[in-house]
Design a binder for this molecule. Structure first.
Ligand SMILES: NC(=O)c1ccc[n+]([C@@H]2O[C@H](COP(=O)([O-])OP(=O)(O)OC[C@H]3O[C@@H](n4cnc5c(N)ncnc54)[C@H](O)[C@@H]3O)[C@@H](O)[C@H]2O)c1
Length: 257
């Protein structure tokens, strides 16, 4: 029996990077996946690649997670395509790199809108679908930056720590309401996807920039998307059926220092 057989997962930001990897790994273990993204072409290409190996497993939808109307449409379409939604992976996000003196109000607002507000809007609208498809799992992608701070990550630190606490509040509400809907946050460190390119650039670019990031990580390497994907597989599956309001650090040890 595959690990997530029968699960129906909606993954935001599914066109590339972590979201695409989650889609591939969940489909390989028997789930249906709805990949949503503002980059529809990317989501369609990822879905096509998944379907080449697992016919009929993946679907793609255009979706701006900051827009309530988009959520209403995408939830209905994804539920129709997969015959329900039992896993919601709030993964879409942006990284913004500025400090208290250089961050703009627009940059600050945009980061909160995409990285935090979208999870409130989307999870609230997804609740009826998840309640209809119990046992269900909500997985919110926070960051190691939700646990430890950096002077150049003002807006991102703030957003990702909010995601951590929002996840616990959602989890407690669901548990106390008697729903079999779990909610957990995941905290990756620098992981090899396009989102870290600006950070590599800040460190001088190329190998030098990458080495500067790696130096901060006790295990002395960047994360690979699959390192996070194995945690997502566990949280999407019933193997984690007693796990809620927890935070999973996929961080090579960085937050222990
Ligand atoms: N890669 C890392 O080092 C790392 C570390 C910690 C946390 N994260 C988090 O993981 C998540 C995924 O990041 P990634 O590394 O795959 O980055 P990425 O930039 O490769 O992918 C992010 C995806 O989100 C999509 N997106 C952006 N804004 C959107 C919007 N308004 N609506 C819908 N989709 C939107 C993008 O089009 C893109 O496909 C993010 O929440 C990020 O903060 C990443």
């Amino acid at each position: 029996m595959a690990r997530v057989s029968g699960k129906k997962a909606l993954i935001t930001g599914g066109a590339q990077g972590l979201g695409a990897c989650f889609g591939r790994m969940l489909a390989a273990e028997g789930a249906k996946v709805a990949l949503t993204d503002i980059n529809l072409k990317g989501a369609e290409e990822t879905a096509a690649a998944i379907n080449a190996d697992h016919p009929g497993a993946a679907f793609a939808f255009p979706h701006d997670v900051t827009k309530k109307d988009d959520w209403v449409r995408v939830l209905a379409e994804a539920s129709e395509a997969m015959d329900g939604i039992s896993v919601l992976i709030n993964n879409a996000g942006i990284g913004t790199f500025a400090n208290i003196e250089t961050e703009t109000y627009e940059g600050w607002r945009r980061t909160q809108e995409i990285d935090v507000d979208s999870i409130f809007i989307g999870t609230q609208l997804a609740m009826p679908y998840l309640k209809d498809n119990q046992p269900a799992s909500i997985i919110n992608i926070s960051s190691a930056a939700g646990l430890i701070a950096d002077g150049m990550m003002l807006a991102y630190n703030t957003a990702k720590s909010a995601v951590r606490m929002m996840s616990k509040s959602i989890a407690l509400h669901c548990a106390r309401s008697g729903y079999d809907i779990r909610c957990n946050s995941v905290h990756p460190v620098f992981t090899r996807t396009p989102i870290i390119d600006p950070l590599i650039g800040l460190g001088g670019g190329g190998k030098t920039g990458e080495e500067k990031l790696v130096r901060q990580i006790p295990m002395k390497r960047l994360g690979e998307p699959e390192d996070v994907g194995y945690c997502i597989l566990y949280l999407a599956s019933d193997e984690s059926r007693f796990v809620t309001a927890a935070e999973f650090k996929i961080d090579g040890g960085i937050t222990a220092q």
